[in-house]
Design a protein around this ligand. Sequence first.
Ligand code: KIV
Length: 283
Amino acid sequence: MGKKKSVLDLMKMKEKGEKVAWITAYDFPTAQFAEKAGMDMILVGDSLGMVVKGYKGTVPVTMDDCIAHCQDVRRGAEKTFIIGDMPFGSYQSSSTEAVNNAVRFLKESDVDAVKLEGGRRVADQIKAITDAGILVMGHIGLTPQSSGQLGGFKAQGLNPESGRELIKDALAIQEAGAFSILVEAIPPELTEFLTKKLDIPIYSIGAGLPCDGQLLICGDMLGMFQAFTPKFVKKYANVAEIEINAFKEYIKDVKEEKFPEEGHVYHIKEETKENYIKMLKEF
Ligand code: KIV
């Protein structure tokens, strides 16, 4: 793989109409595999709360959780553009808190950018983080951290009124200085409108084809996350099935003494065998 990806590469991709393919990752091996596969970006999402920690939602995830997982992912994907997701409670209360926590992401885990959820209500925070010299991605539509207010994990912008609000949010995010926006679970017509109307890249998760790139949660696309699968997910593998079958086979082998085999053990060297047996007999 060549040089490290920067925001300029992402802008060039938009200009050329080349789609950005990205996933979430939370650990070293997944990050390594994503980089080897040629993934354009990685999001270390606070979805780690559900995918890795087994929480019901993202709200309990802390700054320390996110920083630790960003560090693991950076070690696995040194050249990939990595985005750290600001967890619930790390940016809502003030611009100062938002800047301090965004700075932590860069200093402690060497990510390239941060992402935060919300539109006009977090425009001040986006501006403050941008003014501090940090790249920010906006995130509107289905925003999991405020899924309680949305009445659950539900598609957004399906009627003209809520579509209008999302357009206003997107314009405010661009105006505040974000380098891109992730739109989640909105209709493709609105995604296409935003992609044409705004200058910055618009990326989709569950928001259709007409935009600058697609994101999927690794646990969903690999078939590892078992709690539920959103409509917009395409499963590219069934890793859960592969793991369960491997574990079952191993259990059977152990019970039937078929593992370990000859090639899995460390033998005493022929020339020391006699002395070794003597030594064992001493006890
Ligand atoms: O945390 C995450 O993975 C996200 C996605 C749902 C977009 O923010």
